[in-house]
Design a protein around this ligand. Structure first.
Ligand code: COA
Length: 192
């Protein structure tokens, strides 16, 4: 199967429930063994939806959110949101990188079809349009998805200890000093 039935478009506040579903399912699939189970059990879609509604409304030059929608219904029911991504200015500064990829999460069934790459390309394209030429992403060092960022040309540029959910963790940052090749990975998002 190809990913041709999946559309990438800007998120809207009305997408919030679908975005929260992806967020919670992806955290519960990605972080067992990394983040305490009780934290993952306690995740709840309604408060996550409130946060995603606010993020979707904070659209502006160099910040916003995208959703991947399974228009054709080959991965999930037709028009299901199967992937989410958000980006903006730096929450934690990484020297030489102006933008930050804040979040990127897919449903398990949506992995492996190039949707993550298209979402990264869509965000990179928006950064470049806003005159932001470089960006970084923070990722847990023990998250196997970190290799996805390396595959897309990210270079490890920083590492830091963090305390999250009463647990000591290590995050690493991958950076793209020039977002142009990343933005070119996809022909561009289908924006509706
Ligand atoms: C990371 C994630 C977004 C990747 O999305 P995806 O749609 O499955 O990835 P793509 O199909 O676009 O893959 C693009 C390339 O990266 C490679 N890749 C993807 N995930 C990989 C991984 N975990 N390890 C190594 N390579 C990986 C693919 O093989 C592909 O390579 P190719 O160009 O040779 O074909 C997805 O796996 C995910 O949601 N992970 C869980 C959430 C998460 O950890 N997010 C990051 C938080 S910092």
């Amino acid at each position: 199967m190809t990913d041709t039935t999946v559309a990438i478009r800007e998120a809207r506040a009305t997408d919030a429930a679908g975005m929260a579903r992806v967020h919670v399912q992806s955290w519960r699939s990605t972080y067992p063994g990394l983040i305490p189970a009780q934290f993952l059990i306690n995740l709840s879609e309604p408060p996550a939806a409130q946060r995603w509604a606010a993020i979707a409304e904070m659209r502006g030059p160099g910040q916003g959110a995208f959703v991947a929608v399974d228009v054709g219904g080959l991965i999930a029911a037709p028009d299901t949101i199967v992937g989410i991504a958000s980006f903006g200015t730096r929450r934690v500064a990484v020297q030489g990188h102006a933008g930050e990829f804040h979040a990127l999460y897919l449903l398990d069934d949506a992995k492996g079809y190039g949707i993550g790459r298209r979402l990264m390309a869509a965000m990179a394209d928006r950064f470049l349009t806003a005159g932001i030429r470089s960006a970084a992403v923070w990722c847990l060092r023990d998250n196997p998805s970190r290799w996805f960022y390396e595959r897309l040309g990210g270079i490890k540029v920083a590492e830091r200890p963090i305390r999250f959910a009463n647990t000591d963790l290590v995050e690493i940052a991958y950076g793209w000093r020039d977002l142009t090749p990343l933005a070119r990975l996809s022909a561009g998002p289908e924006v509706r």
